[in-house]
Design a protein around this ligand. Sequence first.
Ligand code: 13P
Length: 342
Amino acid sequence: MPKSLNAIAQKLMTPGQGILAADESEGTIGKRFDKINLPNTLELRRDYREMLFGATQAMQKYISGVILTEETLKQEAASGTPFRAILADADVIPGIKVDRGAFPMPGEAGEKITEGLDGLRQRLASYAELGAGFAKWRAVITINDIAPTRNNIRANAHSLARYAMLCQEAGIVPIVEPEVVGDGEPGNHSMERCAQVTGDVLENVFKELRLAGVDLAGMLLKPNMVLPGLNSRERPSVDEVARRTVAVLKEHVPAAVPGIAFLSGGQTDEEATAHLSAMNQISGKPWPLTFSYGRALQNVALRAWAGRRENFSIAREAFAHRAHMNSLAALGEWSNGVDRAA
Ligand code: 13P
């Protein structure tokens, strides 16, 4: 693994590669398993991650880093090989989700604040020893009639900055993830409102990062795309989403940031791919754009696996296909036709 923070960030942004977010907490992976009628056991969580990380060719070609949970960072495949070693063999950097989740913020606005700063310095030191090259902290920004409040934006931005500073001190690249969620309640906001809130949030996040003395060249940003809420009737075109998202980012994200890796946030698999590809066709951006998808990379593979080791190979094929499509999108070379034909 490269040594300097900037070198790790650059490697994560290798052209044609992106990040697999496989850091679902025990509760979140439980919800995913529930949908396919599987119990949430340690063994099934292990098998599921083993299926993904063992997709060797796809991992080598299309994936630069994987975000893990603490359980998975310390876990072994059924053969006894640590997942860390499997990833290292594929030249994939292991990362770690270090926040402890988003909890209700006091007040009337139904907002959330992310917890996990207490003891983080010690935890980061132990993750660095286990080989983690980067970390992730997700802040959740809610949109409704009264949210987001100024207080919530500031509190989340401040926590992101404290987290990022601690990561850099430990030699770990922080992925700074302020997610303006599209699937919240009521989730019917307009694209315009998402653009305005996303810009406001990014402005505050970078203000706090600068105040904290975070080295912008040694971090990555993981934002949402500019989209209407998932329950809105607005249906912008792919090009419109791409144009609005790039415009907001250009206005608020300093050029010193070495890369931007998007979350998928409840988009369909193909939407997430199409939007990324369209953004990469827009010229004049100061940073490379790639994916750091959870659901949009895993949905099909999860269903193909269905909890059975004998399905590993078809599930890996499904994962490889999505990873390949998103790799093309990271190069601005994806098309509908390629997706269906491949
Ligand atoms: P989704 O791509 O499923 O939104 O997950 C990405 C992620 O890491 C959210 O924190």
